[in-house]
Design a protein around this ligand. Structure first.
Ligand SMILES: Cc1cc2nc3c(=O)[nH]c(=O)nc-3n(C[C@H](O)[C@H](O)[C@H](O)COP(=O)(O)O)c2cc1C
Length: 313
């Protein structure tokens, strides 16, 4: 695929292969791993604006960054334009260069609150949210799905609204809400978004190899790609897609990630936090199931590290 820089308002990314926001996974340590592997931009997981306003002690943890993260991108969610605008301007988000708004989350807890993908069926409210957040003056991007149900797509109209409301980039996950993370990615709908706007459009969904990224770019004409679960299994997917060696092995990256976590959270808590990610690293590895059981029992991060490093290369 054609590797190029992406201009998001006044900010420029080094390349067009991004790491997705992933609740429970894309914390600062994982983002560091992905950016060392070559990702041009990494997003925090979605953070509730209501949470930041009313119970900040729970949400601020998700905003942790390292200074080594050159471009910092946060993803926020919510549906109240006043609160969203207020948080975008607040101290909480001061260190971030880019603010992404989640308009794709399918989970009932979010959807039933008129947040995430629920905004796909409320163009007017979505527009209010985007323009309110854009008033903060930082580049704003929006991540959407192509609709709520199959054959009832909103992509083109929604993309135009996103651009008109003041966003500087659009990411399209080419699946509908009812399909969650499963099934084919709809290339045609992503292409419609690309053709409807002049801001950069990033295509997302189903990239687990360099070839998948190439097909997604070719079929949609998108400006770049966003990798989610493919990077959890193999962060080196970024170097593969980019075609440039990053100089790190998976073992190096795992080691860096674990060290970051254990320094921040201590041995026991980091061992627990790392479990879900360890399961991804151990997927498909010979004897991985047994190693996963050991990892899930351990409350000692040095032991977890040893197990992981005995398995990955
Ligand atoms: C466990 C999990 C958590 C996710 N959390 C978020 C999130 O916080 N914000 C968001 O915009 N999308 C989230 N997503 C969606 C991904 O960013 C991405 O759009 C989706 O997984 C499709 O990409 P993939 O096929 O490459 O995995 C999540 C997906 C998964 C599986």
């Amino acid at each position: 695929m054609k590797i190029k820089k992406i201009k998001i308002g006044g900010v420029e990314t080094p390349n067009n292969v991004f790491f997705a926001p992933l609740a429970g996974f894309s914390d600062s340590a994982m983002r560091e791993v992905c950016s060392l592997a070559g990702a041009g931009l990494c997003f925090t997981e979605m953070v509730s604006c209501k949470g930041l306003k009313y119970t900040p002690e729970q949400s601020v943890e998700l905003l942790h960054t390292y200074d080594t993260e050159k471009l910092k991108a946060v993803q926020i969610f919510g549906s109240d334009e006043t609160i969203m605008g207020e948080i975008a301007k607040s101290e909480h988000l001061a260190k971030f260069d880019i603010i992404d708004i989640n308009m794709g989350c399918p989970v009932p807890k979010i959807y039933n609150n008129n947040e995430g993908s629920a905004l796909l069926k409320d163009l007017l409210q979505a527009e209010k949210v985007i323009s309110s957040v854009a008033k903060c003056g930082k580049p704003v991007s929006v991540k959407i799905r192509i609709g709520l149900t199959e054959n009832d797509y909103v992509t083109r109209e929604f993309a135009r609204m996103v651009e008109g409301a003041g966003a500087s980039m659009l990411t399209v996950h080419g699946r509908v809400r009812e399909n969650y993370y499963n099934g084919e990615v709809n290339f045609v709908e992503i292409e419609k978004a690309k053709n409807a706007v002049s801001i950069p459009v990033i295509a997302n969904g189903g990239i687990f190899s360099k070839e998948d990224a190439e097909i997604l770019m070719e079929k949609t004409g998108a400006d770049g790609v966003m990798v989610a679960r493919g990077a959890l299994e193999n962060p080196l997917i970024f170097q593969e897609i980019l075609g440039v060696s990053c100089g790190y092995s998976i073992a190096d990256l795992v080691s860096i990630q674990i060290d970051r976590l254990s320094k921040r959270y201590g041995s026991e808590r980091s061992a627990v936090i790392f479990r879900k990610q360890a399961a991804y690293y151990l997927k498909g590895i010979n004897g991985g199931k047994k190693l996963k059981e050991q990892v899930f029992k351990s409350l000692d991060i040095s032991e977890v590290k040893e197990i992981l490093l005995s398995a990955v290369k």
